[in-house]
Design a protein around this ligand. Structure first.
Ligand code: DCP
Ligand code: MG
Length: 423
């Protein structure tokens, strides 16, 4: 079941990433290329060809050649390199061999790309080991075994990061490439991240890096320490989410292949913790509408609604309710979520809210006459399809006239961690 989990320092998550993948496969299969700068890219043609570098061996990287560089530029930097056309069917076959190895260690394998995956091995540490071997005593021992198994079966090396969350594991796997293993002990996440440059944070692209540097934020530690409200003024609604990551807080679950459709959800991290009920209600309404829209896009109806709630002290709870009749109406999702919210909201301010729908069945359009609210949602889907998201909005989500002295914050975008996860 893919439901949000509370930040849980008992999780053991691996990020596995093959080293210089395409180039390493070529060097494996052609021993004369080992130790040489090898550049794999479309239509290399002696460097005058079009296209970009897919990847370069570590020997070629010393010349400054790397993924996405135009081949012509790589040729100038490294004229003595060996330039090869990619052999995609071969790499796909090796990739499936690697994934077969990973799945022997846990069924919780989330593929990220052809050579990269997350594994949640928390349960494997308690169960019997692969192929009847005794269980690994520690996650680190399991990670070493996994690297050995990949090497044994593919003659290739992988770099692995081990941590309590996906984001920290991902940053860790990149630290000691090639053939690395970096373990971040539970509780050490923020300290591990703090000295690293902000661009190492998963999700910080070149544009975001530029904005952060302009604010004088160079390291992940700088980002974690910046006052959230100040950051939000400059970066907008993603500030809270980004700062959680900088502090090593990332409770996104590993979503095993084939499980992605088991829940559909969306979360929002407030830029400043809040106890403003109107704002909390408005956020839940937006989340309910967004989730319902995606449920309808999949042609589904949901019976279970889960509320994720995190307070200012990072205490996170999830509460679910299952109704008798499946629905895809934003109003129904909101009504359930608001009831669950009333049950958990106390004196503390709220940091994050999320709504997840699950318990799906196909939408039985036409069997029952649709309720007014479902009809209205469908009209809105159709309008948004033509005119873009937000073309129609609820009256209660519109900024209220100033004369009524209410919240005038426009309905901002919400963080969508689960959608990003599903790619
Ligand atoms: N790839 C590509 N184009 C890119 C990036 C990558 O075609 N812009 C392909 C070639 C890589 C493979 O995907 O071999 C895996 O991508 P990685 O980012 O994991 O890069 P490598 O495995 O090559 O190197 P590293 O050791 O840094 O992981
Ligand atoms: Mg790789």
């Amino acid at each position: 079941m893919v439901l949000p989990t509370a930040p849980d320092l008992s999780r053991r998550i691996l990020h596995v990433d093959m080293d210089a993948f395409y180039a390493a496969v070529e060097q494996r299969d052609r021993p004369e290329l080992r130790g040489k700068p090898v550049i794999v890219g479309a239509d290399p043609q002696g460097g005058r060809g079009r296209g970009v570098v897919a990847t370069a061996s570590y020997e070629a990287r010393r010349f400054g050649v790397g993924s996405a560089m135009p081949i012509s530029q790589a040729w100038k930097a490294c004229p003595d390199g060996v330039y090869l056309r990619p052999d995609m069917s071969k790499y796909a076959a090796v990739s499936s061999q690697v994934f077969d190895v990973l799945r022997r260690f846990t069924d919780q394998v989330e593929p990220v790309s052809i050579d990269e995956a997350f594994l949640d091995v928390t349960a494997s540490l308690r169960a019997i080991g692969p192929a009847g071997q005794p269980p690994a005593a520690t996650a680190e021992a399991l990670a070493l075994r996994l690297k050995e198994a990949i090497r044994g079966e593919t003659q290739l090396t992988a770099s692995v990061g081990l941590a309590t969350s996906k984001m920290v594991a991902k940053v860790a796997s990149e630290m000691r490439k090639p053939d690395g293993l970096v373990v971040v002990a539970a509780g050490q996440e923020a300290a591990f991240l703090a000295p690293l440059p902000v661009r190492r944070l998963w999700g910080v692209g070149p544009k975001m890096e530029e904005s952060l540097l302009r604010l004088g934020i160079h390291t992940i530690g700088d980002l974690a320490r910046t006052e959230t409200a100040a950051l939000a003024r400059r970066l907008g609604s993603h500030a809270g989410f980004l700062q959680d990551l900088a502090r090593g807080i990332d409770d996104r679950p590993v979503v095993a292949q084939g499980e992605a459709a088991k829940s559909i959800g969306q979360e929002h991290t407030f830029d400043a913790d809040t106890d403003d009920r109107a704002r909390l209600r408005k956020t839940l309404l937006e989340l309910a509408d967004a989730v319902a829209r995606r449920v309808r896009e999949h042609g589904l109806k949901a019976r279970t609604i889960t509320l994720k709630y995190r307070d200012e002290r990072f205490k996170t709870v999830t509460r679910s309710h299952t109704v008798a009749e499946a629905t895809d109406a934003g109003d129904s999702f909101f009504a359930e979520a608001w009831r669950l919210f009333e049950g958990v909201h106390g004196a503390r301010r709220v940091r994050l809210l999320g709504i997840y729908a699950s318990g799906f069945g196909p939408s039985q359009l036409g069997l029952f006459s649709p309720s007014t609210s479902v009809e209205r949602d469908r009209v809105r889907d159709a309008v948004e399809e033509r005119f873009g998201e937000g073309a129609l909005t609820r009256a209660s989500l519109l900024p209220r006239p100033a004369s009524r002295g209410c919240d005038d914050t426009p309905p901002g975008p919400t963080d969508d961690r689960s959608r990003r996860l599903r790619r």
